[in-house]
Design a protein around this ligand. Structure first.
Ligand code: SF4
Ligand code: SF4
Length: 399
């Protein structure tokens, strides 16, 4: 193996890229770097050729500010891929580049220690432990203090990290609806590992999804209901990889299929849907509009990343804020922005704490169910846990 672990991916990408430049025009990060995706692959290979050791390679890459910008400034939004006639896979390229960056020490450890979601403690599990949020009674397919493991489930519900941590009442209300509509249900209280990928731990992210697949196989659930399109995509890939025959559906599609009726009327304000960048072909968007009972042609739809993707905030916090502002700037005064991924909801809420707007920020599940996120409480609790009795422990765990 050469100095770059993932050089095969860069050679492959270089061979497929015609340097047409369309991807650069589609992306503010690539524009800032003045690079195409193919340039990234070539620059990495050139740095390897000019280096005699890993230390020298790390120094050569670190000196190339354009390359660092292009690799670490990527949201994985795939806007560029949509412009590439060759359909070159940006995620494959940048995930591999992140692996090499991390191995070369070019992604500082302190930027990812709190999001290693395959370890015992990450920011979500710490938040839940400190604030008494748990689901031992719902994770019925695993042995817990509450009950021994059960099996023969019809459905497994996968709320994802953000919803399970920051919306416990909403999580439980959705779980109850899924069980009422779909039969015997358990909760997969895990993560899809996207933060691991962003930090350059691609194999660990896949291993986490594969572990989720095995849990699903043991539960005998026939369907997996995911709230976030990103979780759904990752679990589809993992189930295919591990040969586990479980159908993955979005929460919206599941509710539609079972004739779910929203628990309350929609707000009368204009609805602006914030399309998840994980929703490549718009299927999840269609399902979401149907669940809300709105014509997909009617609401304003925002494309692109909310700012949370790719852990860009760990590299350039201002760019995450700019991206959130850019997306929200399309929402007219008095409108309701409707997100499809709970992490987008979190990201907009966080941004609007410091840059308030006259808009309402809701995940679509909040419009269908009674329970709501309480972002003021969440941000207060997130902030306060670093002080007082748990502060020293957190600092040590995430050192
Ligand atoms: S995935 Fe998005 S942020 Fe990354 S290079 Fe493509 S357009 Fe730019
Ligand atoms: S759009 Fe595709 S072919 Fe064109 S420069 Fe970008 S990656 Fe290469």
């Amino acid at each position: 193996m050469g100095l770059l672990e993932r050089s095969d991916a860069y050679w492959k990408f270089t061979g497929q890229c015609t340097q047409c430049g369309h991807c650069t025009q589609a992306c503010s990060s690539l524009t800032a770097a003045d690079m195409t995706l193919g340039d990234i692959a070539q620059a990495l290979l050139e740095a390897e050729r000019n280096s005699a050791s890993s230390d020298e390679l790390a120094a050569n890459i670190a000196q190339n500010g354009q390359l660092v910008q292009a690799v670490r400034g990527c949201f994985f939004c795939t806007s560029c891929k949509n412009t590439c006639f060759a359909h070159n896979d940006v995620c494959d390229l940048i995930y591999n580049a992140r692996v090499d960056f991390r191995k070369l020490g070019l992604i500082p450890r302190e930027t990812y220690t709190s999001v290693l979601v395959d370890e015992q403690w990450d920011i979500f599990t710490a938040y839940r432990a400190i604030h008494g949020i748990g689901y031992a009674d719902l994770t019925r397919h695993v042995d817990t203090d509450v009950a021994p493991a059960d099996t023969d489930f019809d459905v497994a519900f996968f709320p994802g990290c953000s919803l399970a941590a920051y919306g416990p009442e909403l999580t439980r209300e959705i779980f109850a609806a899924v069980e009422e509509l779909g039969g015997k249900t358990t909760m997969l209280d895990s993560c899809c590992g996207s933060s691991l990928r962003s930090a350059g731990f691609f194999d660990r992210a896949e291993a986490l999804c594969d572990k989720n697949s095995r849990e699903l196989a043991d539960s005998k659930a026939k369907q997996l209901v995911c709230v976030c399109p990103g979780c759904a995509n990752d679990m589809k890939r993992a189930l295919a990889r591990t040969g586990v025959d479980v159908e993955v559906v979005s929460l919206a599609a599941f509710l539609n299929a079972h004739g779910f009726k929203p628990k309350k009327p929609l707000p009368e304000t204009p609805l602006c849907i914030s399309k998840s960048c994980q929703d490549r072909d718009g299927t999840y968007l269609e399902d979401t509009c149907e669940a809300l009972g709105i014509d997909a042609e009617v609401p304003t739809i925002f494309h692109g990343c909310c700012g949370a993707g790719g852990a860009v905030s760990a590299f350039d916090p201002d760019r995450q804020a700019q991206q959130a502002d850019e997306k929200l700037s399309f929402a007219p005064d008095g409108s309701t922005v409707v997100t499809m991924c709970p992490t987008c909801t979190y990201t907009y809420a966080y941004r609007m704490m410091s840059n308030p707007r006259n808009i309402v920020n809701k995940h679509y599940a909040e419009l269908l169910f009674e329970s709501q996120f309480d972002w003021n409480l969440v941000f207060y609790q997130l902030n306060s846990m670093w002080y007082g009795e748990y502060g020293a422990w957190l600092a040590q765990v995430f050192a």
